[in-house]
Design a protein around this ligand. Sequence first.
Ligand SMILES: O=C(O)CCC(=O)C(=O)O
Length: 253
Amino acid sequence: MSWSQEQNAQFEEQGFLFLRGLFSKTEVARLNDVVPQLLNGDEQTDGMHRERERSGAVRQIYLAHRFSSRFQQLVCDSRIAEPVQHLLDAEIYVWHSKINVKDAFEGTVWLWHQDYGYWMWDGVDPSLISVMVFLDKATINNGCLMVAAGSHKWGRLEHYADETTTSYKQWCVDIPTLKDRLQEEMIQPIVGEPGDVLFFDCNLLHGSGHNMSPLPRKTFIVAYNDLNNKPHGVENPRPDWVVSRSFEPIVSR
Ligand SMILES: O=C(O)CCC(=O)C(=O)O
């Protein structure tokens, strides 16, 4: 599926493109059908990596696309893979995938960051694009993603490791830099329905708040990398669940 000239221009200008209703309610229901199994699996045996909130609730499930045929189909779906191939003008592979769970009342904040803020340390250039497929309704109350429109044009900002805000280390931009750069008018909450899809540049500043609502806010995020941009030259490479060493080209269908 290819985008119009306006859509491509919008992605270039804003660093993201939000497409409503790209997947039908039935297609999303088929994905959601397998999520409880992925949530409750045992990572010693099923190979998927899970991050948890301090409460123990699952916050993220990595690599669903390797172990669930439905998510495997999704990462090859031409509605998401083709525009990314076109934007990067390259063959692509899956850098990683994750289901961000944000359970009702439990899902915690993602501090403002650019994905490339820390992916740079994996020995790659900023030729990566993420695609967020909404599995649930996303509202202000349940902690929808927020993006800073146009921030990708700043290039990569310095990031530091926050080890106290949530249960795990988050790479994020410090408050003095945010005060200096981020204007209120740039912030756009991405409120949407199951089946909506957000494409975003790896230098787009983004984050999200706590889920204060009885509605869960699950999304599936797949990050694609240019096949000519494989990670290299790093002393302590991060594990395969977050920086995939499976370089199979995506054949979109
Ligand atoms: O799910 C969210 O609200 C933000 C997720 C995010 O930024 C990430 O996983 O890097």
